[in-house]
Design a binder for this molecule. Structure first.
Ligand code: TPP
Length: 627
């Protein structure tokens, strides 16, 4: 069936009866391509029917579908004219793994972070109404994304308005892991209470059919107590907030879904449709383990197995170290905002399940929650990806730094992350946090140093500490987390010395610096390497001394160059040494697109070969040659 469909117009030529077969074809294509390219397969498989029905019933792209997070849009991409490019998804130069306006007019907004869809829908609807236009606006949001405050801020405005917009709540009971919190429990009650509700609906009908008093009695019962209201209308919470609630609807029943969506077109005002789906639907391996198949690298379709990885990843080192420390230190508490597995906290959960808090997709809350724990004598560690920590900049400053609460923030996926692209690279954490007064900022260069930085953080209670580390492999062999030496506060490490060039590097760029120094050696230059390790406080004593001992210097960091630590170092050098800095190596002030980390490094001339070339050419053209 998919061979007949190149566009939404082709889709709309089919009959509803054709859609199940089309759904099968879509699933097959998604599984085939993602098993090679990797990606967010389980979420995308779960919304195949919903995606087909939305494009079938609504007049997209005039009607607007606003996807939340956007990781579930693979069927959407295939149906909206990108079938032939789908095999390029998440590859450099190919389709993005997330909606992207530059790619298609069907992609209403560029997204990747969760819980923005309702705010976007409200904003778009207000603009539409001010223009006097008339089209439908639909926000598709998952139950996981509904755990975020931002979603409720959007609902708060929407429910209090007469804006004509529809929220489609795609409820699969999962965030990345199983969903958590009171909202999730509420939705489960709505679903499991459905039968009960149906019985109550029958009794409502009977009450209402009593001549004259029936209607009064019914209204009285609806209004008197929340308990009674709750059983009359499932999703009463949303009704109470001013949205009309429809559902729960089986999200894999195409005919029913199509009927509901069609009838909604005639209903004005804010509405919420509660659609129940199964994450990973149609691919048994993903249905059985939706968490692993949430975001996955390449895998074998038949077995669902992923290729063995060599070495130990940074997240795993962080999680295991913390778990080890937690065994003997009951004050240690681990906090994640819906990223338990990604941040390596599975190890911690095994050891101290009562001291791990998954707060849902609530980065701001996670930070402020940790602040109060720290002020009450606990040792909270918040493990969060750099890109998602952007959500909580003010909480870091206002709720932690000003009061100097000794919260420890382990910033995972700092720097370029690869295939997820510009919404997910951790480019800004150094620039955002290096100047927050009182914060200690550490960038370990290898697995053992991460372990030691965590050990330092656990023992340090004078101020908050942030430790940043990248995505990928931290050590060839599993790091021994049972040992370690805490770092010395504010001390950089001189790894080698060279009279010609000094490379001062941050974190994972230290190994790049070492390789660059080797290449320079082949060209007859003596190059030294400093592992900066502490970005705040900076070890200016060591830096000044080493810069003075080399003719030229550069800095290297996996983050944005402007406002980065390199520029800060240059600014803090005594004026007579400042001119020795050839350049500050980092990413330009642009959003970095998706592609493998190696490729992105090369493209931005941050790999050893390019760096050696840049150093040599700068030296040759340097106006104020020293010596
Ligand atoms: C602000 C933010 N924090 C964390 C994430 C990582 N993340 C991506 S999808 C996801 C789970 C979303 O769950 P849900 O909305 O229910 O969608 P599902 O994958 O279950 O379809 C999370 C936590 C994110 N994209 N944005």
């Amino acid at each position: 069936m998919l061979e007949l469909v190149h566009s939404v117009e082709d889709l709309r030529k089919l009959s509803v009866e054709d859609l199940p077969e089309l759904g099968e074809d879509l699933r097959k294509m998604i599984i085939d391509v993602i098993s090679t390219n990797g990606g967010h397969i389980a979420s995308s498989l779960g919304v195949v029917e919903l995606t087909m029905v939305l494009h079938y019933i609504y007049n997209t792209p005039v009607d607007r579908i606003i996807w939340d997070v956007g990781h579930q849009t693979y069927a959407h991409k295939i149906l909206t004219g990108r079938k032939d490019q789908f095999h390029t998804i998440r590859k450099h130069g190919g389709l993005s793994g997330f909606p992207k306006r530059e790619e298609s007019e069907f992609d209403t907004y560029n997204v990747g972070h969760s819980s923005t869809s309702i705010s976007l829908a409200v904003g778009e609807a207000v603009a539409r109404d001010l223009r006097g236009d008339d089209y439908n606006i639909l926000a598709v949001i998952g139950d996981g994304s509904l755990t975020s405050g931002m979603a409720w801020e959007g609902l708060n405005q929407l429910g209090h308005s007469d804006i004509n917009a529809t929220v489609i709540l795609n409820d699969n009971d999962h965030s990345i892991s199983e969903n958590v919190g009171a909202v999730s429990e509420y939705l489960t009650r709505v679903i499991t209470g459905q039968l009960y509700n149906e019985m109550r609906t029958i009794s409502q009908r009977i009450i209402r059919s009593i001549p004259f008093f029936g209607k009064i009695l019914f209204n009285l019962m609806r209004k008197t107590s929340l308990g009674i209201k709750g059983v009359f209308v499932p999703g009463q919470l949303f009704e109470d907030m001013g949205l009309r609630y429809f559902g729960p609807v089986d999200g894999h029943n195409i005919e029913l879904l199509a009927e509901v969506m069609e009838s909604l077109k005639g209903i004005e005002g804010p509405k919420l449709v509660h659609v129940i789906t199964k994450k990973g639907k149609g691919y048994e391996n993903a249905e059985c383990d939706p968490t692993r198949f949430h975001g996955i690298g390449s895998f074998d379709v038949a077995t669902g197995k992923s290729p063995e990885k060599k070495g130990e990843g940074w997240s795993s080192v962080a999680g295991r170290t913390l778990a080890h420390l937690a065994k003997n230190d009951s004050k240690i508490i681990a906090i994640t905002a819906a990223m338990k597995l990604g941040t390596g906290l599975a190890a911690f959960e095994e050891i101290a399940p009562e001291r791990i808090y998954d707060v849902g997709i609530a980065e701001q809350h996670a930070i402020t929650f940790a602040s109060a724990l720290a002020s009450s004598g606990k040792k909270p560690f918040v493990l969060m990806y750099s890109t998602f920590l952007q959500r909580a900049v003010d909480q870091v400053i206002h709720d932690i730094a000003i009061m100097k609460h000794p919260v420890k923030i382990l910033v995972d996926r700092a720097g370029v992350v690869g295939d997820d692209g510009e919404t997910h690279h951790g480019m800004f954490d150094i620039a955002l946090f290096k100047n927050v007064p009182g914060f200690i900022l550490i960038a370990p260069s290898k697995g053992e140093e991460l372990r030691d930085a965590i050990l330092f953080s656990a023992n340090y209670s004078e101020s908050p500490v942030m430790v940043r580390y990248p995505r990928g492999i931290a050590a060839d062999e599993p790091v021994d987390v049972s040992t370690g030496t805490p770092l010395e506060l504010g001390k950089s490490r001189v790894l080698s010395r060279g009279k010609d060039v000094l490379i001062m590097a941050v974190g994972d760029m230290v190994s790049v610096a070492i390789n660059t120094a080797e290449l320079l050696k082949e060209k007859g230059l003596e190059a030294g390497v400093v592992n900066l390790l502490f970005l705040a406080p900076l070890d200016m004593e060591t830096i000044n001394r080493e810069v003075a001992d080399s003719s030229y210097s550069i800095t290297l960091e996996n983050g944005i160059e402007i406002g980065g630590i390199g520029q800060q170092i240059t600014a803090q050098l005594p004026s007579e040494l400042r001119s020795r800095v050839l350049f500050n190596g980092g990413f330009p002030r642009e959003f970095v697109v998706h592609g493998s980390v190696d490729l992105l490094m090369k493209k931005n001339r941050l790999d050893p070969e390019s760096l050696a070339e840049r150093i040599l050419s700068k030296m040759n053209n340097f106006p104020e040659k020293e010596e």
